[in-house]
Design a protein around this ligand. Structure first.
Ligand SMILES: *Cc1c(COP(=O)(O)O)cnc(C)c1O
Ligand code: SF4
Length: 335
């Protein structure tokens, strides 16, 4: 008995340990990755607006000394973030008007999105949520009850999406409880999680996590987020495989990012490695014009060329849908 209990406790704790020892000091990041000659005072100034945050298991996949590393480029603060760009706003999607109850977004038919918490294991510099004030807050029990009442009162809702921030930074006991609350509502048939954690900290996908997902009557869908094949190392692959084997439908969404994956070969590699582990490409997002991230922008014309090349290179089921989210549209818009 002893050994298995110790093992399961270790396994339970590992992801929490990794989540609480994130790299958040730009000087430390540069030292770990042997990046010399960085202007640390600018880095620090940028971090005051949107802090640096990288988990170690992700950092370990980066190439030392390479400022063009596609994983590093997603997290390294840049002086350009301080430049104001016309047409780029703090809330490009004007989401505030689709919030009937605090913490719940109801914009699309049949689906609601619950902002479970505001914290992520990583801070992606292009994130459109970078300006939201809800950094560390979590939905409390009272707020959750109001959300449940709203969902129960609208029979057109079939699917609940746990989003954030990253919902998998919440504990399994909380997630299991909320999943149970939802499955008691008869018109809910699907639970979806929008999360980057299986890619950032693969140990998050442990037995405890799989057990509540498997036990639910709800069909569980997970939409992960990876932008480059180098993000999917063996450990991440094995985490994704565990999810798929447990019956979870796992899909990937990527964001088209200049200098990182604005190239059909790079994206084709990503789609293929995802499928090795049973994950299907879902969306390829044209980037939201969020203030401070203009340097990642890929022109629409270029995006369409990339899609053509992807369609020529891959089987149809491995080609993600190229979409853009427009503030006034009640679904994502295909280009
Ligand atoms: C993206 C999004 C969804 C999910 O849309 P799908 O097309 O089903 O993936 C739901 N609600 C909101 C507000 C969204 O932005
Ligand atoms: S994980 Fe998602 S929500 Fe979190 S910072 Fe990155 S893009 Fe934004």
């Amino acid at each position: 008995m002893g050994l298995s209990v110790i093992e399961s406790t270790d396994e339970k704790l590992l992801w929490k340990k990794q989540l609480s020892s994130l790299v958040s000091d730009p000087v430390e990041l540069c030292k770990l990755l042997e990046l010399n000659g960085q202007d640390t005072s600018t880095l620090k100034q940028v971090c005051e607006q949107f802090p640096l945050r990288v988990p170690m298991p992700y950092l370990e996949r980066m190439e030392k000394g390479n400022l063009r590393d596609p994983l590093l480029m997603q997290v390294l603060p840049q002086g350009q973030e301080l430049i104001e760009t016309p047409g780029y706003t703090a809330d490009p999607l004007e989401e505030a008007k689709f919030v009937p109850v605090k913490g719940l977004l109801h914009k699309y038919h049949g689906r609601v999105l619950v902002v479970m918490n505001g914290s992520c294991a990583i801070h992606c510099r292009y994130c459109f949520r970078r300006h939201f004030p809800y950094q560390e807050h979590q939905i409390g029990q009272v707020q959750w009850q109001s959300i449940l009442e709203y969902i129960a009162s609208d029979e057109s809702i079939e699917e609940v999406i746990f989003s954030g921030g990253d919902p998998l930074t919440c504990t399994d006991s909380m997630l299991a409880k909320r999943c149970e609350d939802l499955q008691n509502i008869r018109h809910i048939s699907r639970l979806r999680l929008h999360t980057r954690l299986p890619v950032m900290i693969p140990s998050r996908v442990n037995e405890t996590c799989l057990s509540w997902m498997t036990a639910s009557r709800l069909q569980v869908v997970m939409v992960i987020h990876a932008n480059h094949a180098q993000e999917i190392d063996a450990e991440t692959g094995s985490a994704l495989q565990r999810l798929v084997k447990a019956g979870v439908t796992v899909l990937n969404q990527a964001v088209l990012l200049k200098g990182i994956n604005d190239n059909a070969d790079v994206l084709a590699q990503l789609c293929k490695i995802l499928f090795v582990y049973g994950v299907l490409p879902y969306y390829l997002h044209l980037f939201d014009p969020v203030q401070g991230a203009a340097h990642f922008n890929v022109e629409e014309q270029r995006a369409l060329e990339i899609r053509e090349e992807l369609q020529a290179a891959l089987p149809g089921y491995l080609v993600p849908k190229l979409v853009v989210e427009l503030a006034h549209r009640l679904n994502k818009t295909a280009l």
